[in-house]
Design a protein. Sequence first.
Length: 238
Amino acid sequence: MTGTPWLPAHVVDVRDLTPRSRSIVLEVPGWPGSLPGQHLDVRLTAEDGYRAERSYSIAGFGPGERVELAVDEVVDGEVSPYLVRDIRPGDFLEVKGPLGMYFVWRDADPSPVQLIAGGSGVVPLLSIARARAVAGTDQPFRLLCSVRSPEDAMYRDEIEGLEAAGVEVEWIYTRRAPARSARGAGRVRPGELATLTWPPERHPLVFVCGPTSFVEYVADVLVDAGHPALRIRTERFG
Ligand SMILES: Cc1cc2nc3c(=O)[nH]c(=O)nc-3n(C[C@H](O)[C@H](O)[C@H](O)COP(=O)(O)OP(=O)(O)OC[C@H]3O[C@@H](n4cnc5c(N)ncnc54)[C@H](O)[C@@H]3O)c2cc1C
């Protein structure tokens, strides 16, 4: 988006979410607010002038100058290990945004909403689920989270708490499932997606977010099952 300025941002809080992910709260003077599901760009500048930019979804939404991000460490990545392990309150970076008008939920849309997350793809979907709670709607929402293991579930307590507000929550464990799990571990299969998500007959608006391979696989399975492609919004994290 041309014309969107870089804004200085100070880290005001960090919190471990899992052994390899953390939430980062920024104070951004002049931040214009964001819609549920939007993201921003982060720019880091080293002392020698070297710069790196990456996109991160915004876990919150709405007005105000506090912006919450959540970063999962990509092993051997350039930026995410720094954000997860080294950044501290008081540190400075720059942000540009909010960005993206497509992967956005508006509470005026009465459709049932199906959210499908792979790993850190849960971040913008949590923003959308938080917006549902603030809107006070009883609109049907269902959230399917695919994570490697129970310990890798970002925002697990908050996500499980969504059930009390009427959001149906389902978990898939790809590498290691909890001992009590009858399903065991493994990637989600087409037949499972049909039982763990709203069927096409309910005309849901579907948001799918996560690694590219996960998003493309899920979107293909949903289209094969009869969901109109135009009702499936996707965001790929790389
Ligand atoms: C719109 C958008 C929103 C995003 N939101 C978030 C978010 O909320 N939280 C978050 O943790 N990340 C998010 N990402 C991913 C983020 O931008 C970075 O790609 C990620 O943090 C890795 O950066 P890095 O510098 O550590 O790795 P890099 O040095 O850029 O990449 C290292 C290697 O890892 C691969 N890789 C990059 N990203 C991923 C990934 N997500 N999963 C698996 N392999 C990957 C690359 O292809 C490369 O081979 C988002 C990406 C986009 C496009």
